[in-house]
Design a protein. Structure first.
Length: 180
């Protein structure tokens, strides 16, 4: 592990010792990290618990050296998996798509869909070109980080950083009526 327990982590010989060490060193940090995705303490704890279960299933020699980064990567992936699964469950609870949708315009409807898209594109134009490009590739084209990396020639880490900073900036500049 990379912190002050780095020498100790290198001397760990069993996965049980590694899990115990990782829990004492990183559990609270991982819960806070997972909260950033899950926005619910119990769900964040569940994801972190699952992360440690997955660590327990690993070969100690393969994860001992980079356990901290391994934990954060698996925790993030588990958060995203849970969120995707929940989204699929929400979509499956929707009425049959074969039925004709009932469109009723609410009296307080502020901005129609076409205008929302136009305004959102204008907000994207305020971002640096590389941030806007990776956001469009991710959300408009539905590309994975790997596909975006292949398309742009950027590293996967750089793609993630550009998405994170671009989305953070978008949240600051998007008008509140677009978020309603």
């Amino acid at each position: 592990m990379e912190s002050h327990g780095g020498e100790y982590a290198q001397s760990i010989s069993t996965i049980s010792e590694l899990v115990e060490f990782a829990m004492s060193e990183y559990e609270s940090q991982l819960i806070v990290y997972a909260m950033g995705y899950m926005h619910d303490l119990n769900r964040a704890r569940d994801v972190v618990q699952d992360t440690y279960i997955r660590l327990y299933q690993q070969d100690v020699s393969k994860v001992r050296k980079n356990a901290k980064s391994w934990l954060y990567t698996v925790c993030r992936n588990r958060c995203l998996d849970v969120l995707r699964k929940e989204q699929r469950m929400i979509l499956s609870d929707q009425p049959d798509l074969g039925q004709e949708p009932q469109l009723v315009e609410a009296p307080d409807h502020k901005v129609d869909q076409g205008e929302r898209v136009t305004q959102l594109k204008a907000c994207l134009d305020e971002l640096p070109e590389n941030q806007a490009k990776v956001i469009l590739l991710k959300f408009e084209q539905g590309m994975s980080y790997k596909e975006i990396s292949d398309e742009t020639g950027l590293s996967g880490g750089n793609v993630g950083f550009l998405l994170h900073t671009g989305l953070k900036k978008l949240r600051e500049i998007i008008p509140s009526d677009l978020l309603d």
